[in-house]
Design a protein around this ligand. Structure first.
Ligand code: TXE
Length: 483
């Protein structure tokens, strides 16, 4: 069969499989609003087939593979993704609208996850436990079995890499429901993985809508663990469905992350990072630095510099590789535009605004990045995850107020602190309620090795780093009485 990743097929048991329902969904290019490819519109029957294939792999060749063998396969997958980075970047850039350079970084990050977890596969073990005389007791790490992965559209390759590579390294077989707005790169990566010797059924992708394929996956009795990245509302539904069967869930639900700048900070170092943290991927980043808290004595001078930097941001099609691309879909553009209009009609001060390149196609989902100043802490643009290039700035006096403002949202994913004062760095790190705190940097260049996840409505459980692999294992205690 001459089927390919962009022609409306699922990937099940290392084969392109048409959807049981014979329906497809058009893929829309965010840069011009035009359909350019199709994915299968999966339903419960497709999910059934994928779970059955995964179960067979888990009980068969993949489940029996040694940790060393699993690691070697994943390392080959990493090399293959790296070799195909340009091709994958082109797919991802068109699918998501992200600038080509960002898409290439995402492909390399995906490769790095496979490399990291491939290397880790045979290095994470259990332990023995001192117990009563005549016993030997050990705790062994086991895979959950068949893991369900619900991946969004904003960073398909990165989020797929960080959950799927970790799950496979731990010995699970995976069923992935990627985001319906952007998922073509993942179908291609799955095909590449098969070419690297990943056995049939170890990795399956069922495409389609969240309300159809997604909810069929969360209701399926054959799934032993879920990882979900997306909105808190959908995360709640996923967790509720999993709770019906007492299946563990890892949830990464986004944020409203603060960047906190003290008067003693190295502003030359901070400035590009403050802009990039909200403009990257058009602000559609779970860890976007979407709130800016600035110590009062440098508030106006810093805003003046930032305003100029925002003014200089150009927005255009992914292929043009400007600083900022379009938003993912028309409804997301409308949602972000509503926040901007609300802030403007509430009289919030605009300090800087980028511009859309004059030759950007008319049908694309473009929005110029904008910096608002003097935003009240309880304003919706300071509280809600906008998921667009909108930065809300406010001033503070002293550490206590900075901490209070920083912690005053429902989220707690990431926080950034800019200060030269070492003791303050440590105090702030302790007091901020977030899963990651970055001091004098933001995001640590992706940080494949660094445990990542949230507190409060940002979710629970950890991905990335060694913790990410542990999330895909469970402990079995074996007590041997030998006298
Ligand atoms: O998210 P959803 P949407 C946030 C961001 C954004 C908002 C809405 O604020 O503006 O969410 O985006 C699948 N059962 N984030 O609507 O619905 C869906 O198909 C099972 C933050 O795209 O959470 C997709 O694969 N699955 C975020 C995934 O869930 C379901 C990334 C995410 O979709 C489902 C994305 C269901 N009933 C959005 N309904 C982050 N943390 O980075 C949907 N899905």
């Amino acid at each position: 069969m001459n089927a390919r990743y962009d022609q409306g097929f699922h990937w099940i048991g290392n084969r392109w499989v048409p959807g049981a329902g014979e329906h497809t969904l058009p893929m829309i290019d965010p840069s011009d609003g035009q359909p350019f490819a199709a994915i299968a519109r999966g339903d419960a029957r497709d999910v059934d087939a994928a779970v059955a294939a995964a179960r067979e792999a888990f009980e068969g060749e993949w489940g029996r593979a040694s940790a060393l063998e699993r690691g070697r396969v994943l390392m080959r997958v990493a090399a293959s993704i790296q070799e195909h980075a340009d091709e994958l970047a082109a797919i991802e850039s068109r699918d998501c609208g992200k600038p080509l350079g960002q898409a290439r970084s995402d492909a390399l990050a995906c490769a790095r996850y496979f490399e990291f977890y491939g290397g880790l596969a045979d290095k994470v073990g259990g332990y023995t436990i001192p117990f009563q005389a005549g016993y030997t007791v050990f705790a062994e790490r086991e895979p959950h079995g068949v893991t369900g992965h619900i991946v969004p559209w904003n960073y398909p390759m990165q989020i797929f890499g960080r959950t799927v590579a970790a799950a496979l390294a731990a010995g699970n077989a995976c069923v992935v429901k990627p985001g319906e707005d952007a998922c073509l790169s993942l179908l291609r990566v799955a095909e590449l993985a098969a070419g690297c010797g990943l056995p049939a059924g170890a990795l399956n992708l069922v495409t389609g809508l969240g309300s159809e394929a997604g909810s069929a996956l969360t209701a399926h009795p054959g799934i032993d663990h879920y990882s979900f990245t997306g909105s808190p509302e959908t995360g709640t539904r996923v967790a509720q469905a999993a709770a019906e069967r007492h299946v563990p869930v890892t949830l990464e639900l986004g944020g409203k992350s603060p960047q906190i700048v003290f008067a003693d900070a190295d502003l030359d170092a901070a400035l590009p990072s403050l802009v990039n943290a909200i403009v990257q991927n058009a602000g559609q980043t779970c860890s976007a630095g979407s709130r800016l808290l600035v110590e009062r004595s440098i508030y106006e001078p810093l805003l003046a510099r930032l305003g100029k930097a925002f003014d200089a941001v150009r927005v255009g099609p992914g292929a043009a590789n400007l600083a900022c691309g379009p938003l993912i879909r028309r409804s997301q553009l409308e949602r972000v535009a509503r926040f901007v209009e609300m802030a403007e009609s509430d009289g919030l001060r605009v300090v800087g605004r980028g511009s859309i390149a004059p030759d950007a196609p008319a049908g694309g989902f473009y929005l110029a990045p904008v910096l608002f100043a003097d935003v009240p802490a309880d304003h919706p643009i300071a509280q809600q995850e906008i998921f667009g290039p909108v930065l809300a700035a406010m001033s503070f006096d002293g550490e206590d107020e900075a901490v209070r403002l920083a912690n005053a949202t429902r989220y707690g994913l990431v926080a950034g602190v800019w200060t030269r004062d070492g003791a303050r760095q440590m105090r702030m790190a302790r007091r901020l309620r977030a899963g990651q705190v970055f001091i004098n940097n933001y995001g640590a260049a992706g940080g494949v090795e660094l445990p990542f996840g949230g507190v409060k409505s940002s979710g629970h459980g950890r991905e990335k780093g060694i913790e990410g692999l542990l999330s895909f294992t469970t402990i079995k205690t074996v007590a041997v009485r030998h006298g």
